[in-house]
Each structure stands twice: as C-alpha cells, then as structure tokens.
Design a protein around this ligand. Structure first.
Ligand code: M6R
Length: 357
C-alpha cells in the first residue's frame, strides 16, 4: 500500500536506505561481514568470464556491476542487452558463467537467453527481487534483492538493491581470490544507506531542479564519465519513461562526436561528477555544452565540487557512488513527471514486467 505517499514511485525511492540495510543483514555472516553462499562463490570461481544479461534498468545495473566485478574480483565481464544476445552472441570463452539480472524474474527477453544457455550447459545465477520467479527457478543459483515488492513501473529501489548485491558478489569473489578491495564493504554499504537517507530528505531541492530545468523542455541530456556515464543512462531512462521528455545519456567525451549538434539555447544538460580521475574531463565537457547555450546542471560529489555546481552529494566511496548519485536523478524525474501531470506510476505504453519478446 502507498500509505501517505501520492505515488508508489516516491515511496519506493524513500525505501532505498532500508533496502540497503536489509541487504546487509540478509547477506551478513556470523563475523558480521557480507558474503555469498559457498556454492555460488565456487561456481563463479570456476569460470573464466562472466556474461551479464538483462534489460532496461537491470541492464544499467549490470554495467555498474561489470565495473565492480572487474575492479574487485578481476574477472572479465561482458554486459549484454537480453533482446540482442541470442542472435548477436559473442564468441563465448571456455568457461562462461551467466548472471541474469531481473527485478521481476519474468522478463521474456532474458528468459529466452537463459533457455539457450541452459541448453548449452552453462551455469547461471539470477539476481532477482522475486523468489520463485521463472528466471530464479530456471537458473542454477539465485541471489535475492530483498527490496520488497516494487509496484511503480519505473524501477528505483530494485536498481540500488541490484548494485548492492553485485557489490557483495564482487567483493566476495575478490576475497576468495586473495585480492584486496581496499574497502570494508559492510561498513561502506552502511554509509551508503545513511547517505541515501540524507538525499531522500532533500526532495524540495530536487523539485526545484525539476522545475528549473525540466518544466517546459522537449529534451534533456545526461553526461558522465566512467561509472557516472552508466548512472546517466539510468537517469535518462527514468526521465523519459515517466515524464515523456526525450532524454539520452552519453559518455562525456562522446558528445562532441555528433550529439552536441542538438544543444540549443536552454537545453538542459545534467552532468554527474563523482569520480576524481575524470573530474576535469567532465568539467571540460560541461564547458563545451555551455558554450553552445546549454542550461548546465552539475551534480557532484563532496570533495570534487566546483563553483556553480547545482547539487552536491555527500561523499561516499567512489566505487559505490551510483547507489547515491542515482537518487537525485530518480527524484528529479519524479517531480518532472508530477509537474507535467503524467501518470507517474503507470506511464503510457509500459508494463511493469515485459513478458513478450
Ligand atoms: O524485471 P526486469 O528487471 O527484468 O525488467 C527489465 C526492464 O523491463 C525494466 O528495468 C524497465 O526498463 C523499467 N521500467 C525501468 O524503469
């Protein structure tokens, strides 16, 4: 039930700190550290490459997951859109391991690939919010998101839950392989949950940003470098699906290869700046679009902020920043849709779970 909330989406955005805490408690061992079960760990350790298959928001979570797994666990990862994989299948390595990411566990495109990889005899894991779902039943292993039912069509808490679970997977495999990840994940996820709470408390500011930048615009661009690029893709999907504003996410450096032609006077460009090693690069991209008349909205992380930034997120571990930086984007989309009088929870032409290929 929605309780006092006008929409499920807002309720589910607000639930995110709780979901992360819930995940910590569900995945914690007796020593108080988050970890995987031994069977899943061993199956992943036996593989030489991970293939992540997903759609929509879950695909975006997969992109961040790739960064986490490659950085922490040092296993190569490929991320594929489920609907393309069957006929655009890459040459597989000798010992592939498949991870299906799906909130509902019912997405037909992802299931079609699972049926195929099962036939090929490859091991698989489903990361899902729904125990007993088709993808969970048909894969060898399941990791649950423990996010509670997600009702709004626009996925919010499932995305951050997917990131938290993928981080746990990445850190666990790293530990098993003897790689140091340079962070105490249980502690950092606790910090993330607290930060999420702070961000959820800043709704008025997000509403202002939505009004300032998105009240009448026809389009909006999201840019970022590194993991911020992936969060930008998710921000753009959120905005377009519920507010019907044409929104696209781009790698900061890619704009000048074509898309910059679309920048006009007043075009909103939302940049994420949460990664120290690319901070100057993304700032440079913002200068390029501002010079062409864009209305710049930079969302940076504390410690990397610069004059003129529109919003600063409290500092969290760089590798986990998507769990925090997506929240302002979710809220901005929510308020943009609200003010445009769109049906926030049930956007046109969309279903919560896409059960056709
Ligand atoms: O249930 P799934 O995670 O497999 O769903 C995948 C996509 O259909 C889903 O993420 C969709 O993109 C959402 N509406 C995004 O908010």
């Amino acid at each position: 039930e929605k309780g006092t909330y006008a929409h499920f989406m807002l309720k589910e955005i607000d639930e995110q700190p709780l979901v992360v805490r819930n995940i910590i408690s569900k995945y914690r061992n007796e020593a108080g550290e988050v970890e995987l079960s031994e069977d899943i760990r061993n199956a992943i350790l036996e593989s030489d490459r991970i293939y992540i298959i997903a759609a929509g928001t879950s695909y975006h979570a997969g992109l961040v997951g790739k960064q986490l797994i490659e950085n922490f666990a040092k296993i190569p990862v490929e991320v594929h859109v489920a609907s393309e994989f069957s006929y655009n299948m890459p040459l597989l390595t000798e010992k592939p391991f498949f991870i299906y990411i799906s909130q509902s566990g019912e997405t037909a495109d992802s299931r079609a690939v699972l049926v195929q990889t099962n036939e090929m005899g490859y091991k698989s894991l489903t990361v899902t919010n729904v125990p007993g779902s088709t993808l969970s039943r048909e894969a060898d292993y399941t990791l649950l998101l423990h996010a509670g039912p997600e009702i709004a069509v626009a996925s919010t808490k499932a995305y951050t839950a997917q990131l938290a679970v993928l981080a746990i997977l990445a850190a666990d495999i790293a530990k098993a392989k003897g790689h140091s990840v340079g962070l105490d994940l249980t502690k950092e996820l606790g910090i993330i949950a607290n930060t999420m709470e702070v961000l959820c408390g800043q709704k008025e500011e997000m509403e202002k940003i939505a009004q300032e930048y998105l009240a009448t615009t026809r389009n909006c661009f999201f840019i970022g470098r590194g993991v911020d690029f992936y969060v930008g893709l998710e921000g753009a999907l959120k905005l377009k699906e519920i507010s019907y504003i044409q929104a696209e996410g781009f790698a900061g450096g890619e704009l000048k290869h074509g898309t910059i032609a679309l920048i006009e006077n007043g075009t909103p460009v939302i940049a994420l700046a949460t990664q120290a090693h690319v901070n100057l690069g993304i700032r440079g991209n913002m200068k390029e679009v501002v010079a062409r008349g864009a209305n710049p909205c930079t969302i940076s992380m504390k410690g990397l902020e610069m004059e003129g930034d529109r919003f600063v997120i409290p500092a969290v571990h760089e590798m986990l920043s998507p769990l925090a930086s997506v929240i302002p984007l979710q809220l901005i989309s929510y308020y943009a849709a609200l003010h445009r009088e769109c049906d926030v929870d049930k956007p046109r032409n969309l279903a919560k779970s896409v059960t056709v290929e």
